[in-house]
Design a protein around this ligand. Structure first.
Ligand code: GDP
Length: 455
């Protein structure tokens, strides 16, 4: 891992494709020397950090482009190495030519995430902050952006640092006892230790619990639309999505595929799952509609059950709702009951707690959207609490919690100090994995290979 950093790496930092400008990034000990060999203008090796210079990039005497070069001299850069950013015209041809030219002068093409990996290895970021960079780049809603920003700026790291410091303090007391092993002394007051572990357990548990929210914010709240054939499910889905699309398509070049079945309500992304089924079943009489709904509840946080207000048999509806409530309680998902076709008269069935809409005429859809928002408990988001969004962090926290439970057991059922010390070391190890105090090459590869090239 370390010898890689003697090499200077290069990659396009902006998206592949045609743009007004493209930014090529170089990082490493030779970044200035390499750019200087192909840049005509000032001598870039003699310039100050954080300055921008106009000039041309040349292959021998052939001018490839007029560019602006920004200099960030070590350690005052993202990677803590010498970094050069070349802003050129955003033609694929120009970008390819410049990158190849820089490679000919000794730079190597960067691997996925390698700039951020170097930032981590050189101490610019801890591991959870580096991961937040990837989250920030892929954040697509106000809430996911807020969480990634908080993590990148070190909110989560600070919380973990506090936990680690307390544990290290604890461990050092126990180590002292070990040093005096034969004499049977207790330096660490067992009641104090107990209180400390209780607090650590509770902090860890809060972080673990926050993942439920963190995960849905990062990945979108999974919603299932259920109901019998012809009650208006696909009409409703289209109504909800179309409103969104109208806004989204204003932003040129947004990736339509990924937002295909998502809507954003007040900064929270809701993801409609298994919508292919809804679209396909339009013409097919589906006898097993309700049973399939029960299956789908397992993978959703919210179930929207739709019925046709102009047709429904009250007894049958009550039965279905009762069953749905039982299943959604069991799987911890929220149930929203929607009476569709409220434009048709007369409405022969009304029920308390039911949202009446007309999907066709787009009536009362805002009540439905509010119900969706209310189905997610967002209190935590509006507090200053740290919210865990990363499954790797969740797993490390769960292991930390198990180790803390063992420590507690050791205090309550007096075991010897050396066993306590072992369990505390385990807890420290898992907490350390999150911020990267403890790492392996495999772990780093796994994290950074998921980044895009140029990050
Ligand atoms: P799905 O099988 O549940 O997906 O139902 P569809 O969305 O395909 O709708 C079935 C039929 O009901 C279609 O003819 C729709 O035009 C009609 N429909 C859907 N929503 C409404 C509504 O709000 N009012 C009325 N009057 N008709 C609706």
């Amino acid at each position: 891992m370390m010898q890689q950093q003697e090499e200077t790496i290069v990659a396009l930092a902006t998206p592949n494709g045609i743009g007004a400008i493209g930014v090529i990034r170089l990082s490493g000990p030779d970044a200035l020397k390499i750019i200087n060999r192909v840049f005509k203008g000032k001598n870039l090796e003699e310039q100050d950090s954080h300055t921008i210079h106009f000039g041309t990039i040349r292959d021998a005497e052939h001018i490839i482009d007029e560019v602006l070069v920004s200099l960030f001299i070590a350690p005052k850069s993202y990677t803590k190495e010498n970094v050069v950013e070349i802003s050129c015209h955003g033609s694929k041809y120009i970008i390819d030519r410049i990158i190849k030219l820089l490679m000919k002068q000794g730079a190597r093409l960067a691997k996925a995430g390698e700039f951020t990996l170097r930032a981590f290895l050189n101490g610019g970021l801890d591991l959870s902050q580096a991961e937040a960079v990837a989250d920030l780049i892929s954040s697509n809603s106000k809430a996911s952006h807020q969480l990634a920003m908080q993590q990148m700026r070190g909110g989560f790291s600070n919380e973990l640092k506090l936990l680690r410091e307390q544990l290290i303090h604890f461990a050092s007391m126990i180590e002292l006892e070990l040093d005096f092993g034969e004499e049977d002394v207790e330096f660490a007051n067992r009641d104090d230790l107990r209180r400390l572990i209780l607090r650590l357990q509770s902090n860890t548990s809060n972080l673990i619990r926050s993942f439920d929210l963190g995960n849905v914010i990062k990945n979108g709240v999974p919603v299932v639309i259920a109901g019998k054939p012809n009650v208006g499910k696909s009409t409703l889905l289209n109504a909800l999505l179309n409103e969104e699309r109208a806004i989204v398509s204003e932003i040129a070049g947004t990736t339509r595929d990924t937002i295909e079945d998502e809507i954003n309500i007040k900064g929270i992304t809701f993801r409609f799952i298994d919508t292919a089924g809804i679209r396909k079943t339009q013409d097919i009489i589906e006898a097993k509609g309700v049973e399939r709904t029960f299956e789908k509840i397992k993978s959703s946080a919210v179930v929207m059950y739709l019925y046709d207000a102009s047709e429904t048999n009250e007894e049958e509806l009550n039965q279905i709702l009762e069953d749905l409530k039982a299943v959604s309680n069991e799987h911890n998902s929220s149930l929203i009951v929607v009476a569709n076709k409220s434009d048709l008269h007369p409405l022969n069935y009304k029920k308390a707690g039911v949202i009446e809409i007309s999907a066709k005429d787009k009536l009362n859809l805002d009540s439905l959207e509010n119900a969706l928002l209310a189905a997610v408990n967002l209190n935590l988001l509006n507090s200053d609490e740290i919210i865990v969004t990363n499954i790797r962090h969740l797993e490390a926290l769960q292991k930390t919690r198990e180790a803390l439970d063992k420590v507690m057991y050791g205090i309550d059922n007096p075991v010897t100090s050396d066993f306590l010390a072992l369990d505390i070391k385990q807890a420290l190890h898992y907490l350390g994995e999150i911020v990267g105090v403890v790492t392996t090459d495999d772990l780093l590869d796994n994290i950074f290979s998921k980044f895009c090239i140029g990050k």
